[in-house]
Design a protein around this ligand. Structure first.
Ligand code: SF4
Length: 476
């Protein structure tokens, strides 16, 4: 079947779809690659990936494209599901012969929401959908396809789960599809060098963070990896395909989950003389950090989440503030930059722990920070906890006009309004420090490219703070 793999239009500048763990519009414009859709695109001969948000395509535009296809698969998320079901309806109206399927974390754990929400959804491919979609597109009988839920004579059938893919080397290289279907200049993450190219070297994470979406719904709690040779060969190819790329980003759930293998990969990348960045945990050893730096590593993305030891225990982070301090010190010694992610509103949060996390971030002083509202997504232990304890406020996870995060949790002694207000307060305390501002000024003086990037981000960031103050975004 001629197959359209669609990251659908959504809220303006919504970067929460295929390839993004953070299902909301961001403070500063960013776009992740729709990487998950590029695997089946490499397996299905007559296919195309269409990434609507960075192209600013609306529903009418994608419906027009879908007229030429027999199968359309939409990547959906919890906050965008209603919007995506409407898009699916428009696609089917424009092309009544179209078969329409949904993929993504939300429908992996709640496929029934898709069928209840719209009569035009023919099937859902749960969890890893690479081979599931290949079999659907090849016309295989649906009753024989593992991992699929579908309508049959008015009844919803759920076939057994598809086992996790063990041989990840057998999957196609997504970079070939990026080259065929995407423009890498459309993809931008504030802390990465533009343009960047993102790939996964493995899937899943062995850690047990209770709030973390992908391993609990989509990629599993085991780190399955590609061979070092396969990854190095794809990076080599990516550098040929995209000579303009300024860096490669390894966007695994946790790139350093297997330290020895990460070291081997760094040694294999060294002769390629490329700059790269990756995800990591604060438990990474000094020896591993040293090897990664030696192999071309520029920056690590770290989930510090909180500066409070009890909150880290509550969320099963498997980390402590002291491990975070040690890790940060080592990175600074080795010249590795850090983008630190924090969350406000995790279980156990109080006004005092919010202040503690802000002080902790300033003490660690990573190069940049990201502060998110803790969001309980269906399928996570955090979601179950909020349900059991009655922490949920009714309402959508994101603002239905803008796609910005909303706070949907009330804790005893800490209402949603205070958690919501903690985000800009955190950013202000971190970024409006003389130490940070002096560093940014120095960087801008030294490097014109960095100057342009930082000024653009600063402008968007101030606009974001202003909108929040005016109550136009992220209302609880
Ligand atoms: S270490 Fe990171 S990717 Fe792994 S479960 Fe925790 S938050 Fe998720």
């Amino acid at each position: 079947m001629r197959t359209l793999l669609l990251n659908p239009p959504s809220f303006q500048s919504f970067d929460g779809g295929a390839g993004s763990r953070y299902q909301a519009t961001r403070e500063v414009t960013s776009f992740w690659y729709p990487t998950w859709l590029c695997y089946p695109a490499g397996l299905i001969p007559d296919s195309r990936v269409l990434d609507a948000p960075p192209l600013d395509l609306d529903v009418a535009a994608v419906a027009e494209v879908a007229k030429d296809y027999e199968l359309a698969v939409l990547f959906t998320t919890t906050p965008s599901l209603a919007y995506d079901l409407n898009t699916a309806r428009c696609l089917k109206e424009a092309n009544p012969r179209l078969t329409v399927g949904l993929v993504g974390p939300h429908v992996s754990v709640r496929p029934e929401d898709a069928f209840a929400g719209s009569s035009v959804i023919d099937f859902v491919a749960r969890r890893e959908f690479d081979y599931t979609l290949q079999e659907v597109a090849a016309g295989q009988s649906w009753e024989d396809i593992a991992g699929i839920s579908y309508r049959h004579n008015g009844v919803i059938r759920h076939n057994p789960d598809r086992p996790w893919i063990e041989d990840l080397d057998a999957l196609p290289w997504v970079t070939e599809i990026y080259h065929r279907d995407l423009q890498i200049e459309n993809y931008h993450i504030p802390y990465l060098r533009d343009p960047y190219v993102s790939i996964y070297t493995g899937r899943g994470c062995p850690s047990r963070c209770t709030y973390c979406l992908w391993p609990q719904t989509f990629t599993g709690r085991r780190y399955r990896v590609r061979s070092v040779a396969d990854v190095a060969a794809e990076v080599h190819r990516a550098l040929e395909l995209f000579p303009q790329a300024q860096e490669i980003f390894f966007d695994d759930d946790t790139f350093t989950a297997d330290g020895e293998r990460a070291q081997q990969l760094a040694r294999a990348l060294k002769p390629l003389h490329c700059t790269w960045s990756a995800t990591a945990r604060v438990t990474t050893s000094y020896e591993t950090l040293q090897a990664l730096k030696d192999g071309g590593l520029r920056l690590l993305v770290i989930g510090y989440e909180s500066g409070n030891a009890q909150i880290l225990k509550n969320i099963h982070k498997g980390a402590t503030p002291d491990l975070a301090r040690r890790f940060t010190k080592w990175c600074k010694e080795l010249g590795i930059q850090i983008h630190g992610a924090f969350m406000v509103g995790l279980p156990g949060e109080t006004p005092a722990t919010l202040a503690e996390s802000r002080r902790f971030a300033c003490e660690l002083d990573p190069d940049t920070v990201q502060v998110s509202l803790a969001t309980p997504y269906p399928g996570t232990e955090f979601y179950e906890l909020c349900q059991q304890q009655g922490y949920f406020r009714t309402g959508a996870l994101v603002d239905q006009d803008t796609g910005y995060q909303k706070c949907v949790i009330d804790y005893p002694g800490l209402p949603a309004e205070e958690i919501f207000a903690a985000v800009p307060k955190f950013y202000r305390q971190f970024y409006f420090r003389p130490r940070y501002m002096g560093r940014a000024a120095w960087t801008m003086m030294q490097d014109p490219t960095e100057r342009r990037r930082l000024l653009k981000e600063a402008k968007e960031f101030f606009q974001f703070l202003f909108r929040r103050q005016q109550g136009q975004a992220c209302k609880p």
